[in-house]
Design a protein around this ligand. Structure first.
Ligand SMILES: Nc1nc2c(c(=O)[nH]1)N[C@H]1C(S)=C(S)[C@@H](COP(=O)(O)OP(=O)(O)OC[C@H]3O[C@@H](n4cnc5c(=O)[nH]c(N)nc54)[C@H](O)[C@@H]3O)O[C@H]1N2
Ligand SMILES: Nc1nc2c(c(=O)[nH]1)N[C@H]1C(S)=C(S)[C@@H](COP(=O)(O)OP(=O)(O)OC[C@H]3O[C@@H](n4cnc5c(=O)[nH]c(N)nc54)[C@H](O)[C@@H]3O)O[C@H]1N2
Ligand code: SF4
Ligand SMILES: [Mo]
Length: 787
C-alpha cells in the first residue's frame, strides 16, 4: 500500500463532467491527439502533474519550437486514470507567468520588505554553501532545517543527510484523524481508507465526513459515481453545502468541530440496537482484552512490560473459566463481563466501552452536533445494517481541529463494531488522494554511513517557541505561509534566524522573508531528458523533460547537485536523474519485474505494476500492524488523559462553550478549492477568469446583522491579527461560520494574509500520539466587520 506522501504526493484520474469544459474537448480524438504528427517542429513529451491535489494526472505534452503548447491526458494502462483538469491545462499559461522567479536574488532590504537584487548562480550557491558550512561547524548540522512544501517532488533527498540537518514536510498537517485511527490499526501514515476507491462499487453505504472529494480528489469522481450507480447510498456530512454534498443521496449539515460527538452517538446506537458484529470483535479486535479497574491498563502476562504478541494481553477464556493469553491455543474469549484475576478487578474493553458510551446518548449527540435525533438514527442504521460500508473522511473537515484524535479513534471503533475493516466494500479512514493502491518497494541510492540527517526534533511550529538549535531555514516552496498557523508568530521567529533561503519557481509570499532566493524550474522543465519517477495508483510513472529550464531557473536536482559540489560532497550523489531512477528501479520487489527505464520510455512513461487486476484491499487477513496484531480499540497510554476510549472533548477554540466566542462569535473555516492547489494557481490567469480573487464567504444572516452587503470589503480579526477581503454572501454556509479558501498569496488580498488569524494552539495530549499534535487551522474564532 502507498504509505508515504513524500515520494508520492497524494495520487490520480477524473470525471470530466465536473470540469465544465465543452463536450467536444472530450471526444476520443482529443484524447488520442494526432495533431503532433502533422507538425515537424513539434515533439511529444510525457510527464505527470506533481501538484499536491490528490490527482496525479499524467500528461502527453506537445512542445512547439521549445514552448509547451498543448497538454492532453496520457494513456494509462488503466484507462480510468487518463484525466486532466483545468489546473493541469492552465499550466500552458501559468508556467510562463510573470510571477516566475527569473534569476537568483539577494535580499537588500529588511526581511519581509521584498527588496532584492539579482545575483549570479555562482554567488548565490557560494553564499549558501559557505553559510551552511559555517553553521554546521559552529552549531552542528541540526541548526539547519529544510522545510519543504508538499508539492515538491524532488524534495532534496541528499543534502539534509550530507549536512546532518533536519528535514520537515507537512509537519503537524493532515495527521489529526490518523493520530486516533492508527493507534487502532497500526501505522500507515495519513490514515487512508483500507480499500482502493475502485472497490466502492461493492459498498452499500458510503459516508463522506468532512470530505469534499469531488473537488479535492477530482480524479476519483468516477469511482464516486460508479459506486452511486451501483446502488451505494452516499451521505455527505459537512457544515457546508459542498459540491460533493450536491451529488450525494443525502447531505447532513453538522455544527463544525463536533464530528466526534456524532460518531460517539452512532457508537451508542449500534451498541443499544445490537447492530455490532460479535464474532468479528472477538476474533479481530482487542474488545475482549481485560482493563484493570485500578490503573486503567490492560492486563498482560507480565504487567511490568509492554504488551504484545510475546507478552500477551489476557482475555477471559470461557472454556476454562480463567484469564488466559489472547493468543493461546484453544482460548475462547468472552466479549463482555467483569472478573477478578489474582485479586485484580478487571472488565473487558467492550464492557468498558459500553460504560463509557452511557454518557453519549443520541439526544446528547443531537444537541452537540445540531443534527436531529432521527437523522442520526437513520445514518447509523444505514451505516451498520445495509451491508459493506465506507466511512471516509477528508483532511480539512474533522482533521484541522484540536479534538481530531477523538474523531479518528471513534471512527476506528465504528469500523470495528460493524466489521468494516478488512472487508470487501468496507473501509474507515481518509478517502482522498487515491491514497490506497497496489504499491512496490523501490530501491534507494545509498550515501556512505557517515552522512545521516538529524531526525526532526519537534513539530516545526514548535521551533518558533520551544528551545531549539535551528538557525537557518531552507524553505523549499511556500512553507512559511502554509505550514504554520498564526503568521505573526512565524514572522517573529524568522526575524531571529541567521539565514533563510527560498527555492521556488514563483515569487510566493515566503520569498520576501528570504536572504537568498533560488529560482527552481517547474515540473515540466529539466536539464536532463529524464526527470523523475514515482509509484502511484498501482503504476510506475516516469517524467521526462518537456521544456528547457525557463529563464535562469534550475531543476531541484541540479540545485542540490551544485550545492553539494560547493560543499565538496557531490561525488556521493547520482550524476543524473536517470542514474538515480535506475537505482530506484533496482529492487527485488516482484511488482517491479520488467519495469525498466527503457520499458517506461517505450510505454510513454506509464506501466502498471505486476499486481492483480482487482482493487487493492487492506487487512483482508485481519492481521494489523499493532503490538497484538489485532485492531486495538483501547489506548492504554492515553488513559491518564481520559482517552483510552474516545471521550468527547470540545474544540480547542471554536466552541460555543469557550467564553472567547462572545468576543469572536464566528468560526473561520479554510477549505480547499478545485480552482487551486493550496497556494498554487492563485496566479493562473485562465483560472482567475472564473475564480476572481479571494472572497470571504458568509451566511446572509450573519452579514445582515453586521450591516454587510455582498461584495463589500470586510475585515476578519481576532487577538492574533486580521486580514481584509471582499465578501460573498452565500446560503451554502451555515450561520456562525465564515470561509475563505486557503492559500491566497498576501498580494492578492485587500490586506493581510488569512494565516494572520489561524489558531496555532496545540492540544498537549497529542504529543503522546504517533504523529504529534495537529495544527488546528479550522479551530479558529473570529469576528467580521465592514470597512
Ligand atoms: N490556514 C490554512 N493553512 C493551511 C491549510 C488550511 O486548510 N488552512 N492546509 C494545509 C495543508 S492540508 C497543506 S497540505 C499545506 C499545503 O501547503 P504547501 O505544502 O506549501 O503546498 P503549496 O501551497 O501547494 O506550495 C507549494 C509551493 O511549492 C512550489 N513548487 C511547486 N513545484 C515545485 C518544484 O518542483 N520545486 C520547488 N522548489 N518548488 C515547487 C510552488 O510554487 C508553491 O509555492 O497547507 C496547509 N496550510
Ligand atoms: N483542488 C484541490 N485539491 C486538493 C487540494 C487543493 O488545495 N486543491 N489540497 C489537497 C490536500 S493537501 C488536502 S489536505 C485535501 C483536503 O481535502 P478535503 O478534506 O476534502 O478538503 P477541505 O475542503 O479542506 O475540507 C473538506 C470539508 O470539510 C468541511 N468541514 C470543515 N470543518 C468541518 C467539521 O468540523 N466537520 C465536518 N464534518 N466537516 C467540516 C469543509 O466544509 C469541507 O467541505 O485536498 C487535497 N486536494
Ligand atoms: S491539478 Fe488537475 S490536472 Fe493536476 S493532478 Fe490535480 S486533477 Fe490532475
Ligand atoms: Mo494537505
Amino acid at each position: 500500500m502507498n504509505i508515504s506522501r513524500r515520494n508520492f504526493i497524494k495520487a490520480g484520474a477524473t470525471g470530466t463532467a465536473a470540469l465544465g469544459l465543452s463536450g467536444s474537448l472530450f471526444s476520443k480524438n482529443w484524447f488520442q491527439t494526432a495533431a503532433a504528427k502533422e507538425e515537424s517542429k513539434e515533439k511529444l513529451a510525457f510527464t505527470y502533474h506533481t501538484t499536491n491535489c490528490g490527482g496525479r494526472c499524467a500528461f502527453q505534452c506537445t512542445v512547439r519550437e521549445g514552448k509547451l503548447v498543448k497538454i492532453v491526458p496520457n494513456n494509462w494502462t488503466d484507462k480510468r486514470f487518463s484525466t486532466v483538469c483545468l489546473k493541469g491545462l492552465s499550466e500552458l499559461e501559468r508556467i510562463y507567468s510573470p510571477d516566475r522567479l527569473q534569476t537568483p536574488l539577494k535580499r537588500v532590504g529588511e526581511r519581509g520588505e521584498g527588496k532584492f537584487v539579482p545575483i549570479s548562480w555562482d554567488e548565490a550557491l557560494t553564499t549558501i554553501a559557505n553559510k551552511l558550512k559555517e553553521l554546521k561547524s559552529k552549531h552542528g548540522g541540526d541548526s539547519i532545517l529544510f522545510s519543504c512544501s508538499s508539492t515538491v517532488e524532488y524534495g532534496y533527498p541528499f543534502l539534509p543527510s550530507l549536512l546532518g540537518a533536519q528535514f520537515a514536510i507537512e509537519s503537524g498537517i493532515d495527521i489529526g484523524l490518523a493520530n486516533g485511527l492508527e493507534e487502532c490499526i497500526g501505522g500507515q501514515a495519513y490514515g487512508y481508507v483500507q480499500n482502493e476507491t475502485s472497490d466502492w462499487v461493492n459498498s452499500r453505504t458510503i459516508i463522506y465526513l468532512g470530505c469534499n472529494i469531488l473537488e479535492t480528489t477530482l480524479t476519483d469522481s468516477k469511482f464516486f459515481f460508479k459506486a452511486k450507480d451501483a446502488g451505494a447510498k452516499i451521505i455527505v456530512i459537512d457544515p457546508t453545502y459542498t459540491t460533493t454534498a450536491s451529488k450525494a443521496n443525502q447531505w447532513i449539515g453538522i455544527k463544525p468541530g463536533t464530528d466526534a460527538a456524532l460518531l460517539l452517538g452512532m457508537i451508542s446506537l449500534i451498541l443499544e440496537n445490537n447492530w455490532y458484529q460479535q464474532d468479528y470483535l472477538v476474533q479481530n479486535t482487542s474488545a475482549p482484552f481485560l482493563v484493570r479497574e485500578d490503573n486503567q491498563q490492560l492486563l498482560k502476562v507480565n504487567d511490568a512490560a509492554e504488551g504484545g504478541e510475546k507478552n500477551p494481553y489476557l482475555v477471559w477464556d470461557t472454556n476454562s473459566g480463567s484469564a488466559r493469553p489472547f493468543n493461546a491455543a484453544g482460548v475462547k474469549a468472552q466479549l463482555e463481563g467483569k472478573f477478578t484475576v489474582n485479586g485484580i478487578k478487571v472488565k473487558t474493553v467492550f464492557t468498558s466501552l459500553k460504560e463509557n458510551q452511557k454518557q453519549y446518548t443520541v439526544k446528547w449527540a443531537s444537541e452537540k452536533t445540531e443534527i436531529p435525533e432521527e437523522i442520526i438514527y437513520g445514518l447509523t442504521s444505514d451505516y451498520a445494517t445495509r451491508g459493506p460500508a465506507v466511512l471516509g473522511w477528508g483532511f480539512g473537515g474533522g482533521d484541522k481541529w484540536a479534538n481530531s484524535d477523538v474523531t479518528g479513534h471513534a471512527g476506528a471503533i465504528l469500523g470495528a463494531l460493524t466489521g468494516n475493516i478488512g472487508r470487501v466494500g468496507g473501509s474507515v479512514g481518509n478517502a482522498l488522494y487515491h491514497g490506497t493502491s497496489w504499491s512496490a518497494k523501490l530501491g534507494t541510492w545509498e550515501l556512505p554511513e557517515q552522512f545521516k540527517a538529524t531526525p526532526l526534533q519537534m513539530t516545526t511550529q514548535d521551533f518558533r517557541e520551544k528551545p531549539n538549535n535551528v538557525k537557518a531555514v531552507i524553505n523549499i516552496g511556500n512553507t512559511l505561509q502554509q505550514h504554520f498557523a498564526n503568521l505573526s508568530k512565524t514572522i517573529d521567529w524568522i526575524h531571529t534566524l541567521d539565514f533563510v533561503v527560498t527555492i521556488d519557481p514563483f515569487h510566493n509570499p515566503s520569498v520576501n522573508f528570504s536572504d537568498i532566493v533560488l529560482p527552481a524550474s517547474t515540473s515540466f522543465e529539466s536539464e536532463y531528458e529524464i526527470k523523475n519517477m514515482q509509484v502511484n495508483r498501482s503504476h510506475v510513472l516516469l517524467s521526462q523533460k518537456v521544456i528547457e529550464p525557463f529563464h535562469k531557473s534550475k531543476s531541484d536536482f541540479q540545485i542540490e547537485k551544485e550545492l553539494a559540489a560547493k560543499l565538496g560532497l557531490d561525488q556521493y550523489l547520482p550524476k543524473t536523474p536517470e542514474e538515480y531512477q535506475r537505482a530506484r528501479l533496482n529492487s527485488d520487489d516482484p511488482a517491479l519485474k520488467g519495469i525498466t527505464i527503457e520499458a517506461l520510455i517505450k510505454n510513454n512513461g506509464i506501466m502498471r505494476l505486476n499486481v492483480p487486476d482487482e482493487p487493492y484491499r487492506g487487512f483482508m487477513d485481519q492481521k494489523y500492524d499493532t503490538p497484538s496484531t489485532k485492531l486495538e480499540l483501547y489506548h492504554e497510554k492515553m488513559a491518564e488523559d481520559h482517552q483510552a476510549l474516545p471521550t468527547f472533548d470540545e474544540p480547542g477554540e471554536a466552541s460555543s462553550e469557550n467564553s472567547l466566542s462572545k468576543k469572536y462569535p464566528l468560526q473561520f473555516s479554510q477549505a480547499h478549492t478545485k480552482y487551486r492547489v493550496h497556494s498554487q494557481f492563485t496566479n493562473a490567469k485562465w483560472i482567475n477568469q472564473i475564480d476572481q480573487g479571494p472572497k470571504l464567504e458568509i451566511n446572509p444572516k450573519d452579514a445582515k446583522s453586521r450591516g454587510i452587503q455582498n461584495g463589500e470589503i470586510v475585515e476578519v480579526f481576532n487577538d492574533r491579527g486580521s486580514f481584509k477581503a471582499h465578501c460573498k454572501l452565500t446560503e451554502a454556509l451555515r450561520p456562525g461560520q465564515i470561509r475563505l479558501y486557503e492559500g491566497w498569496w498576501t498580494k492578492h488580498m485587500v490586506g493581510g494574509n488569512l494565516q494572520n488569524v489561524t489558531n496555532d494552539q496545540f492540544n498537549p495530549r497529542q504529543y503522546k500520539l504517533r504523529y504529534g499534535p495537529v495544527i488546528p487551522y479550522n479551530d479558529t474564532l473570529v469576528e467580521v466587520k465592514k470597512i
